[in-house]
Design a protein around this ligand. Structure first.
Ligand SMILES: NC(=O)c1ccc[n+]([C@@H]2O[C@H](COP(=O)([O-])OP(=O)(O)OC[C@H]3O[C@@H](n4cnc5c(N)ncnc54)[C@H](OP(=O)(O)O)[C@@H]3O)[C@@H](O)[C@H]2O)c1
Length: 337
């Protein structure tokens, strides 16, 4: 079997480190591996499959002979380096939001719109983590009856803000427990023992950047430009796995029983819905694995053709690293490298 040279751009971050785990677990056909990060980390070593790899500073010249770049860095870094990687002949799978809405860039959740990978021109975008979790959960329902509208509230883990988010919650819990003043750097307010209804900057209508992603990206992935999404994104003091409360309005009715039947067979989904035995999705249960757990499925008693559900998923894995590696696997399978 052919093997591929892979570079991880942002290999020292929350998503980059997880990509290494996922490449190993899924046995990606890897030839050479290049680990890239900022100047700060250059020279440090990371272990992968028993070998030590030296981190290199990412520059425009880093991508010679690389087949796939898994980009796990901020927008401005991806904007600066992804075009150079494409010029060098690599395909970039980008976790940042820099190219997601560019019409020449497919935006892909393999369980939902696998075929879109084939339209790539060098860059394929990984959707926002909350979008991946919601759309993986909803894909089979959307196929059965088109979703017209979604009302969503998210409960997003601190690791969604990278390694700094994790450190901030750890430190604040320690300091608050000792009655010391807490230091606030990553989030707008103290996140320990709190919830913050702001992720990203607000627009003129009062929606945050994160809240608009679900509509903008959902329309592109579902190929439904009329999809309407009203979303509230909230940061919660959970280390890992985002949770979402979702109400959907569909063209024809989907009963709770039909939804359970569809979700029990849906790719990438685990139905966890047993109220008698208090079984429903929770972030502690979805952490460190790839399935999106869906439960609390019930009829929306305030509206017609409307269904309510609750889902949780590990946003560092399926919401980022695993989805990116899955896209790379599609590129291999479809001979697109
Ligand atoms: N965390 C999540 O749950 C999640 C989910 C979906 C999407 N994403 C997206 O994935 C990307 C990475 O997020 P993250 O959470 O992994 O962030 P992170 O933990 O803060 O890691 C950022 C990575 O970028 C590297 N970096 C910083 N400046 C750089 C530069 N000038 N040149 C090259 N590399 C540089 C860092 O290297 P150093 O260690 O050297 O600074 C680090 O490896 C972001 O676009 C984020 O929006 C994250």
């Amino acid at each position: 079997m052919k093997k591929y040279n892979v570079a991880i751009l942002g290999a020292t971050g929350a998503v980059g480190k997880e990509m290494l785990k996922v490449l190993e677990e899924r046995n990606f056909p890897l030839n050479e591996l290049k680990l890239l990060a900022s100047k700060r980390s250059a020279g440090e070593k990371i272990e992968f499959k028993g070998n030590k790899y030296v981190i290199e500073e990412a520059t425009e010249k880093s991508f010679e002979n690389i087949h796939v770049v898994l980009c796990a860095a901020e927008n401005y870094i991806s904007e600066a380096l992804s075009p150079a990687a494409v010029k060098a002949g690599a395909v970039v799978v980008d976790n940042s939001s820099a190219f997601r809405l560019n019409e020449n860039v497919p935006l892909v959740v393999p369980e939902v719109n696998y075929e879109d990978v084939k339209k790539h021109n060098g860059i394929i975008a990984n959707p926002n983590c909350s979008t991946i979790i919601a759309l993986t959960a909803l894909s089979e329902l959307n196929k059965y009856s088109k979703i017209k509208k979604m009302v969503v509230s998210t409960y997003q883990a601190v690791s969604g803000a990278g390694v700094n988010g994790i450190k901030e919650l750890e430190q604040q819990i320690q300091d608050a427990n000792q009655d010391k003043p807490v230091e606030i750097k990553t989030f707008q307010y103290q996140i320990a023992y709190n919830v913050i209804p702001q992720i990203g900057n607000f627009d003129d209508m009062g929606y945050s950047e994160e809240e608009m992603k679900l509509q903008n990206e959902g329309r592109k992935i579902f190929h439904n430009p009329d999809l309407k999404v009203n979303c509230t994104c909230v940061r919660v003091p959970v280390y890992r796995s985002h949770s979402e409360s979702i109400t959907i309005e569909t063209e024809k009715e989907i009963t709770p029983d039909k939804a359970k039947e569809l979700l029990s067979k849906a790719q990438g989904v685990k139905l966890v819905d047993d109220l008698v035995n208090k079984k429903y999705p929770m972030p502690l249960d979805t952490t460190d694995q790839d399935l999106i757990y869906v439960g609390r499925i019930r009829k929306d008693i305030s509206s017609e053709n409307s269904l309510v559900l609750w889902c949780c998923g590990d946003q560092v894995r399926k919401g980022a690293a695993t989805n990116a590696v899955q896209i790379a696997e599609v590129l291999v399978k479809e001979n697109l490298l």
